[in-house]
Design a protein around this ligand. Structure first.
Ligand SMILES: Cc1cc2nc3c(=O)[nH]c(=O)nc-3n(C[C@H](O)[C@H](O)[C@H](O)COP(=O)(O)OP(=O)(O)OC[C@H]3O[C@@H](n4cnc5c(N)ncnc54)[C@H](O)[C@@H]3O)c2cc1C
Length: 533
């Protein structure tokens, strides 16, 4: 049980960003306490038992943009973190029985595409180079506070110089391309550059996850650039990796790094309130009534939970609360995790495919299909056919379950948070059935071999993992909620209207995904402010 006491800093929530923040605070010599409401650390980056002896990455499932700086600073490898690059990155089986893999090696991929369309094979390298070039301009923004267009005087000059340095050498054409990626639609981009519907679908299958918008909605091309930001230990552009032991191995190793720096971590410790008086943070109050003082509080909970749920309304300006209330959440995803008594056999998989090549299967047959799913979901309907992203994790990591079992995680893109009719508590099993029906079309042996299934609706993501409205990124990743507008305009530098209270989770710049970037940036901002004072 926790004793009330004084700390230099408290971090609310042991999601991966909270842990990253806590590490840097601890490393700077601050006596730091992390409080997590759940019985396990990790937030949405966690491995949990879903049946006796069978473990799964219950929420996030692929490591792509985890910052190399974070991996190195926290020495995560020395605490057991091991990531194996995905190859293929993903593959799409089609209803005609064929399958299209996205090989990591470009020549191999281009040869695969050439079989469908020589023209698209030529276009692929050109477009890939273009995207990688543009992504490099965005890369540096990831691990620093976003530019502040409102800065004046010396600070304004500094911001201007920083921007000039970041975009030094960019041509007028590249600026136009950048704007079109930030604002345009993925579908139109694909129609402009490719002719094969299967090639277009392959690119779709690596994008839009967790976001609002069908492929033809403006703003959906953004993911093309985001996915090419570098990640992993060796800073590879577009890195995608399987984490041995599941995604929880990331946060377990982060927690170990924190403890080595003297950080205390308490599970089963729900923060009921962040206490502030006279515009200054004083500490927190736990759900059991314990109060703990600290002059610095970083919240890894999402912005709505933090500012509308934990802070006394009278301590925040009304317009700030209004802006936070306006953040678009409305999570469009669900997850179904399965234990199977045999390996799924997806049609189209070559007989000689190695286990690692029988691991990733994205079930989305076309852009039109995805568009239809989104149309139904945005109207509050559970789509009658679903886009499902399957990972047979046990094919790359036998430690997850006994030898006679397989673990498959299934991410569902496009379901409504608010159902127009009924309630998720009554629709949960229907969602699970629809997912199995879709998988059965491509891997007919799966439905009859299910030993256990865990269905996480958007409501379950909210209740269990603390994500407001089930939004997996703590706020939609649309342009109006990014950079200097994340979480809300005027407060993008992790600070809040309350002195000493910072936001360090995915709701802050640069946003969601297992990156460690908001946690890194928030801790550094808080430490800079401490030094300045
Ligand atoms: C189903 C799903 C699939 C995803 N797939 C991927 C993927 O494959 N790859 C990828 O990169 N990203 C993926 N994501 C997104 C990614 O997991 C998240 O954006 C990221 O993990 C957020 O990390 P965080 O540390 O900012 O917040 P969180 O992980 O949400 O952590 C916040 C923590 O705060 C705790 N908390 C909240 N309120 C309180 C309180 N009052 N007191 C104490 N503790 C509190 C919560 O319990 C939680 O542990 C996925 C997310 C989901 C849900």
């Amino acid at each position: 049980m926790l004793k009330a006491g004084s700390y230099d800093a408290i971090v609310v929530g042991a999601g991966h960003n909270g842990l990253v923040s806590a590490f840097y605070l601890g490393r700077a010599g601050l006596k730091t306490l992390v409080l997590e409401r759940r019985e396990v650390v990790g937030g949405c980056c966690v491995t949990e038992e879903i049946a006796p002896g069978c473990r799964a990455s219950t929420t996030s499932y692929i490591a792509s943009m985890l910052r190399p700086e974070v991996i190195k600073d926290l020495h995560l490898a020395s605490f057991g973190l091991r990531m194996v690059p995905c190859d293929p990155y993903l593959q799409v089986p089609f209803p005609d029985g064929t399958i299209l893999p996205w090989w990591a090696e470009r020549e191999k991929l281009v040869a695969e595409i050439a079989r469908l369309s020589p023209k698209d094979a030529l276009a692929w390298s050109r477009v890939d180079d273009q995207l990688k070039r543009l992504a490099r301009y965005l890369q540096p923004f990831f691990l620093e506070p976003p530019p502040d267009p409102g800065a004046r005087g010396i600070e304004g000059l500094r911001e201007l110089l920083k921007m000039a340095r970041r975009f030094w050498g960019i041509s007028g054409r590249e600026i136009a391309e950048m704007v079109s990626f930030l604002t345009g639609s993925l579908g139109e981009f694909l129609d402009r550059n490719y002719e094969s519907p299967k090639v277009k679908t392959l690119i779709l299958a690596n994008n839009v996850y967790g976001k609002h918008g069908g492929p033809y909605d403006n703003g959906t091309a953004l993911g093309l650039l985001f996915h090419l930001l570098s990640g992993g230990e060796h800073e590879v552009q577009g890195f995608m990796g399987h984490v041995m032991g599941g995604m929880g191995a990331i946060t377990q190793s982060m927690a170990a790094a924190c403890r080595q720096r003297g950080v205390e971590i308490c599970e089963n410790a729900e923060v009921r309130a962040i206490v502030a008086r006279g515009g200054r943070v004083k500490g927190i109050a736990l759900a059991d009534g314990t109060e703990i003082e600290a002059p610095l509080v970083l919240s890894g909970a999402d912005p709505k939970r933090t500012f509308l749920g934990l802070v006394e309304p009278s301590e925040l300006p009304a317009e700030f609360r209004e802006a936070v209330r306006g953040i678009k959440m409305n999570g469009p995803c669900a997850k179904v995790n399965l234990v199977l008594s045999e390996e799924p056999r997806f049609s189209g998989t070559p007989a000689e495919a190695a286990p690692s090549e029988r691991t990733l299967y994205t079930l989305v047959p076309s852009l039109d299909f995805a568009e239809r799913c989104y149309d139904q979901a945005k109207r509050g309907l559970l789509p009658d056919e679903l886009w499902v992203d399957c990972v047979v994790a046990s094919n790359v990591d036998r430690s997850l379950c006994p030898a006679d079992r397989h673990v498959m995680t299934c991410f569902v893109q496009y379901v409504p948070y608010r159902l127009r009719e009924g309630h998720w508590d009554e629709e949960r099993e229907r969602l699970g059935d629809l997912v199995l029906r879709k998988i059965g079309e491509y891997a007919p042996n799966v439905p009859a071999t299910v030993v256990a299934r865990q269905v996480l609706t958007p409501l379950d993501l909210e209740r269990t993992y603390g994500l407001t409205e089930g939004n997996i990124f703590h706020g939609d990743l649309s342009l109006e909620q990014l950079f200097f507008m994340r979480p809300v305009p005027g407060f993008a530098k992790y600070r809040s209207p309350i002195e000493g209270l910072y936001l360090c989770g995915a709701g802050a710049h640069p946003g969601g995904g297992v990156t460690g970037a908001p946690g890194y940036n928030a801790a550094h901002q808080a430490l800079r402010d401490l030094r300045r004072h």
